[in-house]
Design a protein. Structure first.
Length: 187
């Protein structure tokens, strides 16, 4: 498959996803995908499917969340490495050019990019003296926006972009950069 985004997988297995990023629509699509995958493995129950795929099921309780996990070592696809935790984000280069537009900025990345992985973008931001962060907060001053598309290929707004636009509407100054603008800025 070209990627493992919810719209791509939904379309591939024949599950309807009408309103991507709507919590209920995404949950119904994910359930439909799980059902199709279980059928493909001739699994009658979720536990049968977990056993067939060497997966330990997750759980949610008042004590916290335990995510599903593979009992086999994981592999990367197309060189993609797992995303970093907030504590592992690169630190701003204090010796970077203080006149560069990214210097001193708090930068959040959203969407998919044709020339970069998110991890590469975080490293670029830090190299130019910016502080990459995982989520939009009151500290956010720049959003680097890649594309995100629905099943028909129509670009849609990510939840991070939506949150930034809410901050802007409330009077906060946040710059939104697309991939070509960022590439021009760092070249």
């Amino acid at each position: 498959m070209p990627n493992y985004k919810l719209p791509t997988i939904s379309q591939h297995v024949g599950v309807t996803l009408d309103n991507h990023h709507d919590a209920a629509a995404d949950a119904f699509a994910a359930a439909g995908i799980a059902t199709q995958l279980a059928r493909a493995r001739n699994s009658r129950t979720l536990l049968d499917y977990a056993k067939a795929t060497d997966t330990v099921l997750g759980s949610l309780s008042p004590h916290g969340l335990a995510l599903c996990a593979s009992t086999k070592p994981t592999m990367t696809w197309q060189g993609h490495q797992p995303s970093r935790k907030a504590s592992d984000m690169p630190q701003p280069n204090s010796e970077a050019d203080a006149g560069h537009p990214l210097f001193g900025q708090t930068v959040v990345v959203t969407g998919e990019f044709s020339h970069f992985t998110r991890e590469e973008l975080w490293d670029v931001v830090a190299r130019f003296g910016g502080k990459p962060e995982l989520n939009v907060t009151r500290r956010t001053t720049v959003l680097v926006k890649g594309t995100w598309v629905d099943n028909s290929g129509t670009p849609i707004e990510t939840s991070k972009e939506r949150k930034v636009r809410e901050h802007i509407a409330a009077g906060r100054h946040i710059t939104i950069l697309d991939e070509p603008q960022l590439r021009a800025m760092i070249s």
